[in-house]
Design a protein around this ligand. Structure first.
Ligand code: GLY
Ligand code: MN
Length: 403
Protein backbone atom coordinates (compact mmCIF):
# COMPACT_ATOMS: atom_id res chain seq x y z
CA UNK A 1 0.00 0.00 0.00
CA UNK A 2 1.45 3.37 -0.93
CA UNK A 3 1.24 6.25 1.50
CA UNK A 4 0.04 9.67 0.36
CA UNK A 5 2.48 11.93 2.23
CA UNK A 6 0.87 15.20 1.19
CA UNK A 7 -2.43 13.95 2.63
CA UNK A 8 -0.63 12.83 5.77
CA UNK A 9 0.98 16.26 6.24
CA UNK A 10 -2.37 17.98 5.73
CA UNK A 11 -4.02 15.71 8.27
CA UNK A 12 -1.21 16.12 10.76
CA UNK A 13 -0.91 19.90 10.77
CA UNK A 14 -3.82 20.64 13.15
CA UNK A 15 -2.52 18.02 15.62
CA UNK A 16 0.80 19.82 16.02
CA UNK A 17 -0.74 22.73 17.92
CA UNK A 18 1.07 25.41 15.94
CA UNK A 19 -0.39 28.91 15.88
CA UNK A 20 1.88 31.42 14.13
CA UNK A 21 5.27 29.64 14.13
CA UNK A 22 7.22 28.21 11.27
CA UNK A 23 8.16 24.57 11.48
CA UNK A 24 11.39 23.24 9.98
CA UNK A 25 12.08 19.51 9.84
CA UNK A 26 15.59 18.52 8.73
CA UNK A 27 16.50 15.18 7.16
CA UNK A 28 20.11 15.38 8.38
CA UNK A 29 23.42 15.05 6.58
CA UNK A 30 25.48 11.94 5.88
CA UNK A 31 28.28 11.37 8.43
CA UNK A 32 31.75 10.79 6.95
CA UNK A 33 33.55 7.68 8.16
CA UNK A 34 36.08 8.56 10.86
CA UNK A 35 39.06 7.85 8.64
CA UNK A 36 37.97 10.77 6.43
CA UNK A 37 37.76 8.64 3.33
CA UNK A 38 35.27 9.55 0.63
CA UNK A 39 32.83 7.14 2.23
CA UNK A 40 30.06 7.85 4.68
CA UNK A 41 28.34 5.84 7.38
CA UNK A 42 25.06 4.34 6.18
CA UNK A 43 22.71 7.29 5.80
CA UNK A 44 19.17 7.39 7.06
CA UNK A 45 16.95 10.44 7.03
CA UNK A 46 15.65 11.48 10.45
CA UNK A 47 12.46 9.55 11.23
CA UNK A 48 10.41 12.74 11.73
CA UNK A 49 11.43 13.93 8.27
CA UNK A 50 10.82 10.50 6.77
CA UNK A 51 7.37 10.32 8.33
CA UNK A 52 6.43 13.62 6.70
CA UNK A 53 7.96 13.00 3.27
CA UNK A 54 8.67 9.31 2.68
CA UNK A 55 12.14 10.31 1.47
CA UNK A 56 14.58 7.82 2.96
CA UNK A 57 17.57 9.44 1.27
CA UNK A 58 17.43 13.20 1.09
CA UNK A 59 20.69 14.49 2.56
CA UNK A 60 20.09 18.01 3.84
CA UNK A 61 16.40 17.91 2.86
CA UNK A 62 14.02 20.19 4.78
CA UNK A 63 10.27 20.07 5.00
CA UNK A 64 8.62 23.26 6.27
CA UNK A 65 5.21 24.37 7.50
CA UNK A 66 4.07 27.95 7.82
CA UNK A 67 1.33 28.01 10.46
CA UNK A 68 0.06 31.43 9.34
CA UNK A 69 -0.60 30.39 5.75
CA UNK A 70 -1.10 26.72 6.66
CA UNK A 71 1.18 25.64 3.86
CA UNK A 72 3.78 22.89 3.61
CA UNK A 73 6.90 23.07 1.42
CA UNK A 74 9.52 20.46 0.72
CA UNK A 75 13.09 21.49 -0.13
CA UNK A 76 15.12 18.63 -1.52
CA UNK A 77 18.77 18.24 -2.51
CA UNK A 78 19.53 19.02 -6.12
CA UNK A 79 21.10 15.95 -7.64
CA UNK A 80 24.38 16.50 -9.47
CA UNK A 81 25.56 14.72 -12.58
CA UNK A 82 28.29 13.10 -10.50
CA UNK A 83 25.68 11.61 -8.14
CA UNK A 84 23.64 10.35 -11.08
CA UNK A 85 26.72 8.71 -12.57
CA UNK A 86 28.32 7.26 -9.43
CA UNK A 87 25.35 6.54 -7.19
CA UNK A 88 22.40 6.37 -9.58
CA UNK A 89 20.67 9.03 -7.48
CA UNK A 90 17.40 10.35 -8.88
CA UNK A 91 15.93 13.80 -8.32
CA UNK A 92 13.25 13.88 -5.61
CA UNK A 93 10.10 15.94 -6.15
CA UNK A 94 10.03 19.31 -4.39
CA UNK A 95 11.77 22.66 -4.52
CA UNK A 96 15.55 22.82 -4.76
CA UNK A 97 17.35 23.31 -1.45
CA UNK A 98 18.90 26.46 -2.91
CA UNK A 99 15.53 28.19 -2.50
CA UNK A 100 15.27 27.51 1.23
CA UNK A 101 17.37 30.52 2.36
CA UNK A 102 15.04 32.96 0.60
CA UNK A 103 11.97 31.17 2.00
CA UNK A 104 13.37 31.55 5.51
CA UNK A 105 14.49 35.17 4.99
CA UNK A 106 10.95 36.06 3.93
CA UNK A 107 9.81 34.93 7.39
CA UNK A 108 12.48 36.72 9.39
CA UNK A 109 11.55 37.32 13.04
CA UNK A 110 9.02 34.48 13.20
CA UNK A 111 9.23 31.93 15.98
CA UNK A 112 10.88 28.73 14.76
CA UNK A 113 10.07 25.19 15.80
CA UNK A 114 12.73 22.77 14.58
CA UNK A 115 12.18 19.02 14.41
CA UNK A 116 14.22 16.30 12.73
CA UNK A 117 17.92 17.05 12.56
CA UNK A 118 18.65 20.64 13.67
CA UNK A 119 19.75 22.99 10.91
CA UNK A 120 23.10 24.62 11.67
CA UNK A 121 22.91 28.36 12.26
CA UNK A 122 19.12 28.45 12.71
CA UNK A 123 17.89 29.31 16.22
CA UNK A 124 14.72 27.58 17.33
CA UNK A 125 12.42 28.05 20.32
CA UNK A 126 13.50 25.09 22.47
CA UNK A 127 10.37 24.93 24.63
CA UNK A 128 7.94 25.05 21.69
CA UNK A 129 10.11 22.55 19.81
CA UNK A 130 9.82 20.10 22.72
CA UNK A 131 6.03 20.54 22.82
CA UNK A 132 5.58 20.11 19.09
CA UNK A 133 7.87 17.06 19.06
CA UNK A 134 5.62 15.46 21.69
CA UNK A 135 2.55 16.34 19.65
CA UNK A 136 4.03 14.78 16.51
CA UNK A 137 5.05 11.69 18.42
CA UNK A 138 1.58 11.29 19.81
CA UNK A 139 -0.05 11.88 16.43
CA UNK A 140 1.98 9.14 14.80
CA UNK A 141 1.58 6.54 17.54
CA UNK A 142 -1.52 4.99 15.97
CA UNK A 143 -0.31 3.35 12.79
CA UNK A 144 -2.17 3.96 9.54
CA UNK A 145 -3.30 1.04 7.35
CA UNK A 146 -0.33 1.55 5.00
CA UNK A 147 2.09 1.38 7.92
CA UNK A 148 0.43 -1.74 9.30
CA UNK A 149 0.69 -3.40 5.88
CA UNK A 150 4.41 -2.57 5.76
CA UNK A 151 4.91 -3.90 9.28
CA UNK A 152 3.16 -7.12 8.24
CA UNK A 153 5.57 -7.50 5.32
CA UNK A 154 8.45 -7.06 7.76
CA UNK A 155 6.93 -9.63 10.10
CA UNK A 156 6.65 -12.14 7.25
CA UNK A 157 10.30 -11.58 6.30
CA UNK A 158 11.25 -11.99 9.94
CA UNK A 159 9.33 -15.26 10.21
CA UNK A 160 11.22 -16.50 7.17
CA UNK A 161 14.54 -15.74 8.87
CA UNK A 162 13.52 -17.52 12.05
CA UNK A 163 12.41 -20.54 10.02
CA UNK A 164 15.72 -20.56 8.14
CA UNK A 165 17.82 -20.64 11.32
CA UNK A 166 16.04 -23.60 12.93
CA UNK A 167 18.32 -26.34 11.47
CA UNK A 168 21.37 -24.48 12.86
CA UNK A 169 20.31 -24.44 16.52
CA UNK A 170 22.65 -27.22 17.54
CA UNK A 171 25.99 -27.90 19.19
CA UNK A 172 29.04 -26.77 17.26
CA UNK A 173 27.26 -23.99 15.36
CA UNK A 174 28.59 -20.46 15.92
CA UNK A 175 26.57 -17.37 16.72
CA UNK A 176 27.88 -15.90 13.47
CA UNK A 177 26.58 -18.84 11.41
CA UNK A 178 23.17 -18.51 13.01
CA UNK A 179 23.20 -14.77 12.32
CA UNK A 180 24.06 -15.40 8.65
CA UNK A 181 21.27 -17.96 8.16
CA UNK A 182 18.78 -15.78 10.02
CA UNK A 183 19.55 -12.59 8.10
CA UNK A 184 19.67 -14.40 4.75
CA UNK A 185 16.15 -15.59 5.56
CA UNK A 186 15.05 -12.03 6.35
CA UNK A 187 16.33 -10.80 3.00
CA UNK A 188 14.90 -13.76 1.07
CA UNK A 189 11.61 -13.02 2.77
CA UNK A 190 11.55 -9.44 1.47
CA UNK A 191 13.37 -7.39 4.11
CA UNK A 192 15.50 -4.54 2.78
CA UNK A 193 17.56 -4.23 5.98
CA UNK A 194 17.85 -5.77 9.40
CA UNK A 195 15.84 -3.74 11.89
CA UNK A 196 18.82 -3.39 14.22
CA UNK A 197 22.07 -5.25 14.86
CA UNK A 198 20.93 -8.85 15.24
CA UNK A 199 21.57 -10.27 18.69
CA UNK A 200 22.51 -13.95 18.75
CA UNK A 201 23.93 -15.39 21.96
CA UNK A 202 24.72 -18.84 23.29
CA UNK A 203 25.07 -19.94 26.93
CA UNK A 204 25.88 -17.10 29.32
CA UNK A 205 25.90 -14.67 26.39
CA UNK A 206 22.08 -15.01 26.27
CA UNK A 207 21.92 -12.76 29.32
CA UNK A 208 23.74 -9.88 27.59
CA UNK A 209 20.85 -7.80 26.29
CA UNK A 210 22.61 -6.14 23.40
CA UNK A 211 25.46 -8.58 22.83
CA UNK A 212 26.92 -8.96 19.34
CA UNK A 213 27.22 -12.33 17.63
CA UNK A 214 30.74 -13.68 17.34
CA UNK A 215 32.58 -16.90 16.49
CA UNK A 216 31.41 -18.31 19.88
CA UNK A 217 29.86 -21.74 19.36
CA UNK A 218 27.11 -23.71 21.03
CA UNK A 219 29.31 -25.80 23.32
CA UNK A 220 26.99 -28.71 24.06
CA UNK A 221 23.49 -30.12 24.02
CA UNK A 222 21.33 -28.30 26.54
CA UNK A 223 22.87 -24.86 25.97
CA UNK A 224 20.46 -21.98 25.69
CA UNK A 225 20.48 -19.94 22.47
CA UNK A 226 18.89 -16.50 22.32
CA UNK A 227 18.05 -14.63 19.14
CA UNK A 228 16.72 -11.07 19.22
CA UNK A 229 16.41 -9.70 15.70
CA UNK A 230 14.04 -8.62 12.98
CA UNK A 231 13.76 -7.55 9.39
CA UNK A 232 13.05 -4.04 8.19
CA UNK A 233 10.88 -2.98 5.25
CA UNK A 234 10.76 0.67 4.14
CA UNK A 235 12.15 1.77 7.53
CA UNK A 236 9.49 -0.22 9.47
CA UNK A 237 11.08 -2.59 11.93
CA UNK A 238 10.09 -5.93 13.41
CA UNK A 239 11.54 -6.96 16.79
CA UNK A 240 11.29 -10.63 17.77
CA UNK A 241 13.09 -12.51 20.51
CA UNK A 242 13.12 -16.27 20.92
CA UNK A 243 15.00 -18.58 23.24
CA UNK A 244 15.89 -22.13 22.24
CA UNK A 245 17.70 -25.06 23.77
CA UNK A 246 20.22 -26.93 21.62
CA UNK A 247 18.92 -30.48 21.67
CA UNK A 248 16.63 -31.74 24.40
CA UNK A 249 15.77 -29.31 27.21
CA UNK A 250 16.11 -30.38 30.84
CA UNK A 251 13.04 -30.42 33.08
CA UNK A 252 14.24 -27.19 34.67
CA UNK A 253 14.66 -25.50 31.27
CA UNK A 254 11.20 -26.61 30.23
CA UNK A 255 9.62 -25.25 33.40
CA UNK A 256 11.62 -22.04 33.23
CA UNK A 257 10.62 -21.51 29.60
CA UNK A 258 7.00 -22.17 30.51
CA UNK A 259 7.07 -19.42 33.15
CA UNK A 260 8.11 -16.86 30.53
CA UNK A 261 5.75 -18.21 27.88
CA UNK A 262 2.87 -17.97 30.35
CA UNK A 263 3.77 -14.36 31.25
CA UNK A 264 4.05 -13.56 27.54
CA UNK A 265 0.65 -15.01 26.64
CA UNK A 266 -1.08 -13.32 29.53
CA UNK A 267 0.54 -9.99 28.72
CA UNK A 268 -0.52 -10.27 25.05
CA UNK A 269 -4.09 -10.95 26.17
CA UNK A 270 -3.99 -7.79 28.28
CA UNK A 271 -3.01 -5.63 25.30
CA UNK A 272 -6.42 -4.13 24.61
CA UNK A 273 -7.50 -0.57 23.77
CA UNK A 274 -7.70 1.40 27.00
CA UNK A 275 -5.17 -0.72 28.87
CA UNK A 276 -2.41 1.07 30.77
CA UNK A 277 0.99 -0.09 29.58
CA UNK A 278 2.43 0.14 33.08
CA UNK A 279 -0.30 -2.18 34.37
CA UNK A 280 0.63 -4.70 31.68
CA UNK A 281 4.26 -4.42 32.74
CA UNK A 282 3.51 -4.87 36.43
CA UNK A 283 1.13 -7.77 35.84
CA UNK A 284 3.80 -9.54 33.77
CA UNK A 285 6.33 -8.93 36.56
CA UNK A 286 3.91 -10.55 39.03
CA UNK A 287 3.42 -13.53 36.69
CA UNK A 288 7.18 -13.96 36.36
CA UNK A 289 7.65 -13.74 40.13
CA UNK A 290 4.89 -16.28 40.73
CA UNK A 291 6.67 -18.58 38.29
CA UNK A 292 10.00 -18.19 40.04
CA UNK A 293 8.34 -18.88 43.38
CA UNK A 294 6.87 -22.08 41.93
CA UNK A 295 10.36 -23.08 40.74
CA UNK A 296 11.83 -22.47 44.21
CA UNK A 297 14.07 -19.64 43.02
CA UNK A 298 12.14 -16.92 44.86
CA UNK A 299 10.05 -17.11 47.99
CA UNK A 300 7.15 -15.00 49.17
CA UNK A 301 4.08 -13.43 47.65
CA UNK A 302 4.48 -12.45 43.98
CA UNK A 303 2.73 -9.04 44.33
CA UNK A 304 4.81 -8.14 47.37
CA UNK A 305 7.98 -9.14 45.56
CA UNK A 306 7.13 -6.77 42.73
CA UNK A 307 6.29 -4.00 45.21
CA UNK A 308 9.79 -4.49 46.60
CA UNK A 309 11.23 -4.32 43.07
CA UNK A 310 12.63 -7.85 43.48
CA UNK A 311 11.58 -8.80 39.93
CA UNK A 312 14.33 -6.53 38.58
CA UNK A 313 16.88 -9.13 39.71
CA UNK A 314 15.71 -11.31 36.83
CA UNK A 315 13.59 -8.98 34.69
CA UNK A 316 15.45 -5.68 34.70
CA UNK A 317 13.90 -4.17 31.58
CA UNK A 318 10.43 -3.02 30.61
CA UNK A 319 7.80 -5.34 29.15
CA UNK A 320 8.30 -3.83 25.70
CA UNK A 321 7.99 -0.74 23.56
CA UNK A 322 6.33 0.57 20.44
CA UNK A 323 7.74 -0.54 17.10
CA UNK A 324 7.38 1.10 13.73
CA UNK A 325 9.79 3.62 12.30
CA UNK A 326 12.76 2.22 14.18
CA UNK A 327 12.93 -0.42 16.84
CA UNK A 328 11.87 1.99 19.57
CA UNK A 329 9.21 4.09 17.94
CA UNK A 330 7.30 6.97 19.54
CA UNK A 331 7.44 5.78 23.15
CA UNK A 332 7.39 8.22 26.06
CA UNK A 333 4.56 9.63 28.11
CA UNK A 334 0.84 9.98 27.61
CA UNK A 335 0.13 13.68 26.91
CA UNK A 336 -0.06 15.60 30.17
CA UNK A 337 1.76 12.98 32.24
CA UNK A 338 5.05 13.24 34.06
CA UNK A 339 7.35 10.30 34.70
CA UNK A 340 5.83 7.92 37.25
CA UNK A 341 8.36 7.94 40.12
CA UNK A 342 7.72 4.37 41.34
CA UNK A 343 11.04 2.48 41.25
CA UNK A 344 9.33 -0.64 39.87
CA UNK A 345 8.50 1.37 36.71
CA UNK A 346 11.96 2.86 36.27
CA UNK A 347 12.83 0.66 33.30
CA UNK A 348 9.65 1.35 31.32
CA UNK A 349 10.17 3.07 28.00
CA UNK A 350 6.63 4.35 27.83
CA UNK A 351 3.72 5.28 30.03
CA UNK A 352 0.84 5.21 27.58
CA UNK A 353 -2.74 4.06 27.27
CA UNK A 354 -2.99 1.55 24.42
CA UNK A 355 -5.20 2.63 21.55
CA UNK A 356 -6.31 1.04 18.27
CA UNK A 357 -3.43 1.10 15.79
CA UNK A 358 -0.66 1.00 18.39
CA UNK A 359 1.97 -1.65 17.68
CA UNK A 360 4.02 -2.82 20.65
CA UNK A 361 6.49 -5.54 21.47
CA UNK A 362 5.67 -7.80 24.40
CA UNK A 363 8.91 -9.20 25.69
CA UNK A 364 8.95 -10.47 29.24
CA UNK A 365 12.19 -12.26 30.06
CA UNK A 366 14.08 -13.93 32.87
CA UNK A 367 17.86 -13.71 32.94
CA UNK A 368 20.61 -14.96 35.21
CA UNK A 369 22.87 -11.92 35.11
CA UNK A 370 25.99 -12.22 37.27
CA UNK A 371 26.35 -8.42 37.58
CA UNK A 372 22.94 -8.25 39.29
CA UNK A 373 22.82 -11.55 41.19
CA UNK A 374 26.35 -11.21 42.56
CA UNK A 375 25.92 -7.58 43.60
CA UNK A 376 26.45 -7.37 47.41
CA UNK A 377 23.80 -4.67 47.91
CA UNK A 378 21.12 -6.66 46.13
CA UNK A 379 22.18 -9.79 47.96
CA UNK A 380 21.62 -7.99 51.23
CA UNK A 381 18.36 -6.33 50.19
CA UNK A 382 16.76 -9.53 48.88
CA UNK A 383 18.37 -12.10 51.12
CA UNK A 384 15.02 -13.20 52.58
CA UNK A 385 13.29 -13.74 49.22
CA UNK A 386 15.84 -15.13 46.80
CA UNK A 387 17.15 -18.66 47.05
CA UNK A 388 20.75 -17.79 46.24
CA UNK A 389 21.86 -21.43 46.09
CA UNK A 390 19.39 -22.27 43.34
CA UNK A 391 20.08 -19.00 41.47
CA UNK A 392 23.84 -19.55 41.79
CA UNK A 393 23.52 -23.02 40.30
CA UNK A 394 22.01 -21.46 37.19
CA UNK A 395 24.36 -18.50 36.80
CA UNK A 396 25.87 -18.90 33.38
CA UNK A 397 22.61 -20.31 32.09
CA UNK A 398 21.64 -17.18 30.20
CA UNK A 399 18.09 -16.16 29.58
CA UNK A 400 14.65 -17.00 28.48
CA UNK A 401 12.93 -14.21 26.63
CA UNK A 402 10.01 -13.97 24.32
CA UNK A 403 8.71 -11.19 22.12
N1 GLY B 1 15.08 -6.01 20.63
C1 GLY B 1 16.06 -5.03 20.86
C2 GLY B 1 15.60 -4.03 21.83
O1 GLY B 1 14.43 -3.76 21.95
O2 GLY B 1 16.41 -3.50 22.52
MN1 MN C 1 12.71 -4.95 21.94
Amino acid sequence: MTIDYAARRARLAPALGLTDEILLVGAGQPIPRPELSEQHLAYIAHQEYYYLTGHAEAPGGIVTYDAKTRSWNSFVPEVTEEQRVWDGTEQLPGEGLGKFAAWLAARQGRRIVMLGTPLPGVAADAARTAEVREALKHARRAKEPGELATLCRGAQATAEGYAAVQPFLRPGVSERRMQIELEAGFFRGGADETGYHSIVGVGAQCAVFHGSPSARRVAQEGDFILIDAGGQVDRYVTDVTRTYVAGKPSDFQRDFYQVVLNAFRRACARCRPGAEWKDIHLAAAVDLMAGLVSLGIMQGNAESLVERDAHTLFFPHGIGHMVGLGVRDAGGLEPGRTKDPRPCLRSLRMDLILRPGYVVTVEPGLYFIPALLNDPQRREKYRDCLNWDVAGRHLGLGANRKT
